[in-house]
Write a protein that binds this ligand. Structure first.
Ligand code: AMP
Ligand code: MG
Length: 420
């Protein structure tokens, strides 16, 4: 039996990131950059105003106040996108819009709210230091400088930068195509009529969704029955993909043929069984250019194994550097009993309290109770040697994918957050 870390290391030891491909920028979100990207321009292209106001010489307005404003002659009106018509000399000001180029001679911009003006003259009410309200040439992007590194995950801000440097096509790592197969005589497919004595196939869909959520392309192969013939036919179909994920039929039951059938198809099985709960019958194998994950059949077990073993491997194939789900510290909200011997991933709800996050069990923890995953924010990692965790104990929780969101806006009209 492997420990979770041994299992992950074996899997990642066999996992390579996929080759690069070129995609239109519109499809780059969530992908990983396979090239360094340099800026082809300075941004801003010249010193620009950060405010609507007046471009002036700071030395002219040192004494300015509400009571005794400095009066300057208005010599120009510079719009965004236009060129200044003249320089600003001592005693002068140019009206300037946000984004417009700062004229020569001026070294600061006074916002319109701190001025009063008629057509020809402006009263300045405040002094300003040199450079105030000016965005400097190249302060965002410098021509020729690398702005995004190969290996960067592309989020909305990266998409914006890529657009700014005119990368209409982007080199990214290819997304894995992954076949998903469920096994079991008792299973009923989504497209089959309801038979109340059958077990609906959940795993095909939870695994499909786990993959979709991280930008992997799933292909559903359906259900194989618990015979070598049926399994062989379906597993063979799965061998043409970057990975194959099978669930069920991997335990010690009399009709659990998944491992021998995979071996018969030339898949080298690297291990079977990991010291985790739920999910210990998990197995992993490889063939030529394919990873094979055999998940236990119970829906929670298969999801937990997917989270611990499949997701990190898929993230590596996608070219990502951060392979593992984030963990956070929390405090137990109740006593939790456990069996010794295996690391236990318990489904928990996280709540914010004054002392930080608190974790509470998300209902019944049976490995067939998929509703515990529905209700959970994360998986509490209960160490193998632990039998009892008392209320108030600090614990670590691995977050599930939807957890960056919350119901409350977290901010009041006055801008208070409740954490002050
Ligand atoms: P197995 O690993 O094949 O022994 O299955 C363990 C348990 O998980 C059994 O109760 C199965 O009915 C159930 N199970 C197996 N595959 C699925 C599936 N695709 N969807 C839902 N439950 C399943
Ligand atoms: Mg079965």
């Amino acid at each position: 039996m492997k420990t979770i870390r041994e299992a992950q290391e074996i899997i990642l030891g066999h996992t390579r990131r996929l080759e690069a491909e070129t995609v239109p920028l519109e499809e780059a979100l969530g992908r990983v950059l396979a090239e360094d990207v340099a800026s082809n321009r300075n941004h801003p292209p010249y010193d620009i105003s950060a405010m609507d106001g007046y471009a002036v010489r700071s030395e002219d307005i040192e004494s300015a106040s509400r009571k005794e404003p400095v009066v300057l002659e208005v010599v120009d009106d510079i719009r965004a996108g236009a060129e200044p018509a003249c320089d600003v000399k001592s005693g002068q000001a140019s009206r300037i819009m946000t984004g417009a180029p700062v004229p020569a001679g001026a070294d600061t911009v006074i916002r319109v709210e701190d001025t009063d003006c008629d057509e020809k003259r402006v009263k300045i009410f405040v002094p300003a230091r040199e450079g105030a309200n000016i965005r400097r040439l190249g302060e965002n992007l410098r021509k020729g400088e690398r702005v995004l590194k190969s290996g960067t995950e592309i989020g909305p801000a990266e998409v914006g930068i890529l657009a700014m440097v005119k990368k209409a096509k982007v080199n990214v790592y290819r997304r894995p195509r992954v076949a998903i197969l469920s096994t079991g005589d008792e299973l009923e497919g989504l497209d089959e009529p309801l038979d109340e004595r059958k077990i609906p196939d959940a795993n095909s869909y939870t695994v499909m969704a786990e993959l979709q959520a991280i930008g992997v392309e799933p292909v559903l192969l359906g259900i194989a029955r618990d015979t070598r013939e049926s399994l062989e036919e379906k597993l063979r179909q799965g061998l043409g993909y970057d990975a194959l994920i099978v669930s069920g039929g991997v335990s010690v039951g009399h009709h659990d043929f998944v491992r021998p059938t995979l071996a018969a198809l030339g898949i080298q099985m690297h291990f079977w069984r990991v010291a985790i709960r739920p999910g210990h019958p998990f197995a992993f194998g490889t063939g030529k250019d394919i990873l094979v994950f055999a998940l236990p059949g119970n829906p929670v077990s298969s999801m937990v194994c997917c989270e611990q073993f499949v997701i990190p491997a898929m993230r590596r194939m996608l070219g990502a550097k951060k392979l593992f789900r984030r963990t956070v510290s929390a405090t137990l909200a109740e006593d939790v009993k456990d069996k010794k011997g295996r690391i236990h991933f318990m489904r928990v709800v996280l709540e914010q309290s004054d002392g930080g996050l608190v974790a509470r069990l998300a209902g019944s923890q049976g490995s067939g109770i998929l509703m515990s995953m529905v209700n959970a924010d994360g998986l509490l990692i209960m160490p193998a040697e632990c039998e009892l965790h008392c209320k108030g104990t600090p614990v670590v929780v691995q977050l599930l994918h939807h957890t960056p969101f919350q119901e409350e806006p977290g901010i009041t009209t006055e801008g208070k957050t409740g954490h002050e």
